[in-house]
Design a protein around this ligand. Sequence first.
Ligand SMILES: [Fe+2]
Length: 277
Amino acid sequence: MQMRKLTDHTGVEVTGVDLTEPQSAETIAALNKAFVDHSVLVIRDQHLSPQQMLEAVQLFGAIFHQHNTKFALPECPQIHYISNQDFFPDGTRYIPGEGWHTDHSNDTRPPKATILHAVQLPDRGGDTQFANLTEAYDALPQATKDRIANLLAIHVYQSTHSARKLMGLSEANKDRIPNAVLHPITRTHPNTGRKGIYINPIRIEGILGLDHKEALPLLDELLAHATEARFQYRHQWRPGDLTLWDDRCLLHRANGDYDHAQTRYLYRVMLEGSVPR
Ligand SMILES: [Fe+2]
């Protein structure tokens, strides 16, 4: 197994491993360490069935139950699919993952990781961008760190401030997820102990105790800072990529900049996380 850093701060490429095979304790430990140290793990050249993917990702943790079961694979419902071939009820195409966000932060215990496995890709475009929120936190002015130190954000399924619309939840799905949760805007990573900014423009409805006139510009300022190019890794997908990322310290976004007549289809799994603190 070989590893190669993709930027100074985020991302490592892993080659020479076949996740359909049993892995040694050393390999499992090295993969988990690389995940914690580099936040994005790109394992190349995997060709996994849904069942094989489910087994492989459990080297990193327990499976998290994703919220919108509309996207569950019928034969393997713990895996959801990401596809550009679905449409909103009004007939407009649904491009999943556009706009900066972190996954399922409206959960009491948001996932620690998301894993995508590329099944079918457009000829070009459709990159996923990642922004490192611990690097971004470290670079904040002290006054901003002090200002956000004790703030709590209100996370909901679909923020009324979000430019991006999500696919609606069924009544059964609504019944099993909270209406709203509070998470700190300054979050400490449970494995590294590093502080990071924890924001999510698609899910944050407001900041507890602040009116929108104060909260929304602050969230915009934090987002603009966190997504500066110096904190980013941009992933160009290759067939067979299995990409894991740390939802506790990254924002990500998909790009809809490709020919939508071509199918972009990936399997998605999430891993259980902890209460953000
Ligand atoms: Fe996402």
